[in-house]
Design a protein. Sequence first.
Length: 244
Amino acid sequence: MKLNKTVLITGASKGIGRAIAYKLAAEGYDLVLHCRSSMSELESLAGSLQKEFNTDSSLLQFDVSDRAASKDALENYLAKAGAPYGVVCNAGITADNAFPAMLGGEWDSVIDTNLGSFYNVLHPLVMPMVSARRPGRIITMSSVSGVMGNRGQVNYSASKAGIIGATKALAIELAKRNITVNCVAPGLIETDMVSQELADAAIKSVPAQRMGKPEEVAAAVSFLMSEGASYITRQVISVNGGMI
């Protein structure tokens, strides 16, 4: 059933973002699908969603770490379609290294992409969402690394911890506008970002004794996007098999 609600998903072409797109499409949302470089994969995804769920999808391509490019792309979209009902800030990268050996570029790229994108993506969208005078949803993606820290991921942990702080602060600002702002913090999930070496080492710390599936993260996002979650804001929902 069509909900007449549109959700923007950054980093939608693969992994968790792709699973979120499928879950929300199945529930009747129309989508704005974003990628940085995988446009062919995004087009294939949009085609599949149209065929399976009759989902209308718009496609956006820009680098979320590039403030000007993000602003231009999002403002152009807003001028054509208006403010979305929801936003899922999912795009992110890793550049793991022991901190003494970490290069400045490894630090900057992860911080700029994972944390800088909070401003770059949400700043052009927040006031249009407020001006629409209707309920809205913003969901950011942190990580278990942002909650508890992780060896070899000082840059990634810093970026994902920053996302939690920014999410909680924005939630306070938007609460009276009926726009909820929450964070999902996945643990060890079966995606291209998790190497087999990392999985083998980390699985010992997971009480569930298995990796999570992208669809299990998507289920948490789907709930937070729903009307049933209208009184839930400023929260961090962990999907990690009991790691913390």
